[in-house]
Design a protein. Structure first.
Lengths: 326, 330, 303
């Protein structure tokens, strides 16, 4: 059974000028222990996907349709109190800015122990031992001393390690990481990515890794979903998606990324920009910019359909469809 | 032929001491931050030098030194044979400024939110007295906007009505207004999405070809650097550790830090790669290690590295500051 | 003009206004008061300062709804036969004029000094901020009293104009500090932004950058403060007039009217002091409420 199932999720933001659909009928699954990457450009809706799953959508944003199932249990309609119990215990979260993720007024030990004791039946001493062992797992040197330090006494990379330890404190089955390495230096980024992969494997936690950096996805994830204008345009194993992208947007994106291993005279650019949420074209959202567009794209919106080894929402692959995708 | 831009032992020190009273009461010494500690390089006309490094390496400070936003604590900057900072202080300073311009990292903070786009682009023209009638001003602003891929009608809008990539284009249009010869670009695409980045980088390369521009390109993204530069300089804690032609640097990085950087970048071709990244973090710039700044993290550091600061020397066509390389150990 | 108003009405601020009954009511009340005071000559039923129209026999009449009152004087008359309602309008005119004038001057002084302090930094900033600290340690009324008192001592036979000048100056000097501080804080933030650096790279002089780039971006909070401070200024003026060092009796403001009426309070002629008091409350309350609404409307985080 899959750990997380998102079915036809719709997230809307009503405002006085109308209702904006930030996520329009998104469906995907995460298996236990799997690392799923969610990639997209600004405004595509990847952070909102993470927020909806953790239950931290900023009002007036709300889930307007679809289901989110955690181990078979529907969590999308839960109130604040119920989600509070799920957060931390079953779903952990890592955000982009380690500076604001930690309370500057408490030692990290305090924050760790508080989280541990909130979700696990341990006493003070046991919780402290567990906290120290978590800090050790995340590579913080001298954890028995540093557990009593305050966040400002750590560097950026170290803080992010503490945040990872916090996320894993109660042994959640799923971790939602929203741009965990974007604010860090390249060399630290590499360390954190390796850590995240290793420690999640060790604790058997699945990860939903949200980022705009395809390089990070390539190195870390098993599968990846590409978001565009609130819809998933392609989803599949990472190696396939990067080397044999089936959707023109994915292909365009891969070609636009500068390659460190070879020289290119010009980067492939996708003309135009992602449509604003209040101006999404009819049919396929990518059709105005697509180099392979044809008539059907402009009138009918494609669902995800099998395309080679991945699934893509593109009419180019229509003839390959044999069954209705899940 | 002398290079267009020549930096000689540029250094910038900031005084970040505690207030006088605190220093007296707590008997603390002055705290100085050596953001840039002796950087020298040359850029030839029409070429692009890229400076890469991580946070605290001083590359942004170098950028600001080159456009005259800071005055160097040591060293000088030669621009077309003139001592730039000396000229900035004179009446000819304004004219020199028209030849050197800058593009900034943050597309949201680099345009005044209360000004119309046409006023933003027109400001340098008016400041330098390059146009004399409202008609020519309008024409020139329209020219600049179309040159960067926007429309003439975009001038009548406010910056918040544009996306990040479009705002960077407006910044470029503003920078080009005075027909500059030298553009300093401080991480111009770091805040942009990948597809937009491609558009802006292509635009910058096209403009360079068309207008014969010289660029100093600051970035932390080595892939972007590979795409745009002719020469690459790697900085660490305020010093240049390696300076080489692009092909040489990427094919055969000599300095241990350069190697570490190149290795650390997640590559798309290595799906599922397992590797051991270098440990440690960039030290606090207020308290740099003695000797070579990289020695605590360097797998090849020896006693000399811990005590003696390596000089930037030319070895087989590249400039490198590393004892191990100079001694032939690696 | 109509197009501009339509756009304003449709904007976020306009929308917030239309959704707030308090703001609309406050604006309506404030507008009525301002209208009446501006056009008091035309709107007021009598001219209380035209000595020729006064009838001493009509002195101390209660309001119209009282048995002894007369419909000619809706809110009654004072000890010299002046119509209270008309006196209110003329008095409000003085109060509002002094209030607005002192706020405008406060804003000019405070914003300029705040910009200079924030932009130039160093010892200029230090000196100006210490000056602010000193000014803030004095209660506003005390400062105003001091200046007004000194003014009167220096010019004992001052004409009206000078008396008002001293009054406005004293209120101005109590109010400028908050603008200076707010603007200084905003300037410090804006100064480091890249559009200011871009202007410097272009070669624009510091003064021009301050005026044309930084100033438009720091004025937001000033508007809110100024609106609320109009109410404060009017109250300070009323207090000073009540204490006898404010508006001269020949052009009484609401405060003067309150003071004069105070003498008759215990003899039962309550209307002479209460109505000016109510008017004062009405004006300052509506302006305060407008200022509150404006602050919330302009705060992007609350939207």
């Amino acid at each position: 059974m899959s750990l997380l199932q998102v079915k036809n999720l719709v997230v809307e933001f009503p405002n006085r000028r109308g209702t904006l659909r930030a996520l329009d009928d998104i469906s995907f699954e995460i298996a236990p222990g799997e690392i799923l990457g969610v990639v997209g450009e600004s405004g595509a809706g990847k952070s909102i996907t993470g927020a909806a799953i953790i239950g931290l959508l900023e009002p007036p944003g709300r889930i307007a349709g679809g289901q989110i199932l955690l181990e078979g249990e529907r969590i999308d309609q839960y109130g604040f109190e119920q989600m509070r119990h799920i957060r931390g215990k079953r779903i952990g979260a890592i955000f982009q800015d380690p500076l604001t993720s930690l309370n500057p007024l408490h030692t990290i030990g305090h924050q760790l122990i508080e989280t541990i004791r909130m979700h696990l039946p341990l006493n003070e001493k046991e919780a402290r031992e567990r906290a120290i062992s978590l800090l050790k797992d995340t590579g913080i040197p001298a954890p028995d001393q540093r557990i009593d330090h305050y966040p400002h006494q750590f560097s950026g990379g170290m803080r992010q390690r503490v945040v990872i330890a916090l996320a894993l404190a109660a042994e959640p089955k799923l971790i939602v990481a929203d741009e965990p390495t974007t604010a860090l230096d390249v060399s630290i980024q590499a360390q954190i990515i390796t850590l995240l992969k290793g420690i999640c494997h060790q604790h058997q936690a699945a990860v939903m890794l949200i980022t705009h950096d395809m390089g990070v996805i390539a190195e870390t994830c098993d599968r990846v979903a590409v978001l565009y204008a609130g819809r998933i345009v392609e989803i599949g194993p990472v190696h396939e998606l990067i080397n044999r992208p089936a959707h023109p947007y994915t292909a365009g994106l891969m070609a636009a990324i500068p390659d460190i291993s070879q020289d290119r005279e010009r980067l492939n650019q996708i003309d135009g920009a992602m449509p604003r949420l209040n101006a999404i074209p009819v049919g396929c959202a990518y059709n105005p910019r697509c180099p392979q567009v044809f008539d059907k794209c402009r009138s009918q919106r494609p669902d995800l359909m099998p395309a080679g080894r991945t699934r893509a929402a593109c009419w180019l692959h229509e003839t390959q469809t044999q069954q209705v995708p899940a | 032929m002398t290079a267009l831009v020549q930096a000689n032992d540029l250094a910038m020190t900031f005084d970040v001491s505690a207030p006088w009273l605190n220093r007296v009461l707590e008997r603390k010494p002055r705290t100085l931050l050596h953001a840039v500690d002796g950087v020298s390089f040359e850029i030839e006309k029409g070429k692009t030098l890229a400076l890469v490094g991580e946070s605290g390496c001083g590359k942004s400070t170098v950028a600001r030194l080159l456009v005259g936003l800071y005055e160097p604590s040591r060293g000088n900057l030669q621009f077309d044979g003139l001592d730039a900072h000396a000229v900035f202080k004179t009446h000819q300073g304004l004219q020199l400024r028209s030849r050197i311009q800058m593009i900034f990292q943050d597309p949201y903070a680099s345009l005044n939110p209360r000004w119309l786009v046409q006023d933003i682009v027109a400001e340098p023209l008016i400041e330098h007295g390059l146009v004399h009638t409202p008609a020519t001003l309008k024409e020139r602003v329209g020219e600049l906007l179309t040159a960067v891929g926007l429309s003439v009608f975009d001038g009548a809008k406010y910056p918040h009505q544009f996306s990040g990539g479009q705002r960077q284009r407006i910044s470029i249009a503003r920078a080009l207004a005075t027909h500059p010869e030298f553009l300093v670009c401080d991480e111009p695409t770091s805040a942009l999405d990948v597809s937009v980045q491609a558009q802006v980088l292509n635009l910058m390369k096209d403009l360079q070809r068309k207008l014969g521009l010289t660029y100093l390109f600051i970035s932390h993204n080595l892939a972007v650097v590979r795409h745009v530069s002719d020469q690459v300089g790697v900085m660490y804690l305020g010093r240049l550790v390696e300076l080489a032609d692009k092909h040489a640097l990427f094919a055969n990085p000599r300095h241990p830090y350069t190697r570490m950087l190149l290795d650390a970048i997640p590559k798309m071709t290595d799906t599922g790669r397992a590797r051991t990244p270098v440990q440690g973090e960039v030290p606090n710039p207020l308290n740099p290690p003695a000797g070579c700044a990289f020695n605590p993290r360097c797998p090849h550091a020896n006693e000399r590295c811990r005590n003696e600061r390596p000089l930037l020397l030319t070895i087989s066509g590249i400039q490198i500051a590393c004892h191990a390389v100079q001694e032939g150990r690696i | 003009m109509k197009q501009w108003l339509a756009r304003l009405g449709d904007s976020d601020i306009g929308h917030s206004f239309r959704n707030s009954p308090v703001a609309m009511a406050a604006a309506a009340v404030a507008l009525i008061c301002i209208f009446c005071s501006l056009f008091a000559n035309g709107v007021a039923p009598h001219n209380p300062f035209d000595l020729s129209t006064l009838e001493l026999s009509d002195a101390r009449l209660p309001p119209a709804w009282d048995a002894l009152g007369s419909s000619k004087y809706l809110l009654g008359t004072d000890d010299q036969g002046r119509d209270i309602l008309s006196a209110l309008m003329f008095g409000a005119r003085i109060s509002l004029a002094v209030g607005f004038a002192s706020v405008i001057l406060s804003v000019l002084l405070g914003v300029t000094l705040g910009l200079l302090a924030g932009f130039l930094g160093g010892w200029v900033d230090a000196v100006l901020m210490r000056l602010c600290d000193v000014m803030l340690s004095f209660p506003a009324i005390l400062v105003a009293l001091l200046i007004a008192g000194v003014g009167r001592a220096l010019f004992p036979n001052a004409q009206e104009g000078l008396a008002f000048f001293v009054l406005i100056v004293s209120i101005t000097l109590t109010g400028w500090v908050q603008y200076a501080r707010t603007v200084r804080g905003s300037t410090l933030v804006e100064r480091n932004k890249e559009y200011v650096q871009a202007a410097r790279v272009t070669g624009v002089s510091g003064l021009r950058i301050m005026r044309r780039h930084v100033l438009p971006n720091v004025l937001g909070p000033v508007l809110v403060l100024a609106t609320i401070q109009v109410a404060t200024a009017i109250i300070i003026e009323a207090t000073l007039s009540f204490l006898g060092v404010g508006a001269p009796p020949t052009s009484p403001s609401l405060g003067t009217l309150i003071r004069v009426g105070n003498n008759y309070l215990f003899s039962g002629e309550w209307w002479i002091t209460v109505f000016p008091g109510l008017m004062l409350v009405l004006i300052s309350l509506s302006v305060n409420l407008l200022g509150d609404w404006l602050r919330d409307a302009l705060n992007p985080k609350l939207r």
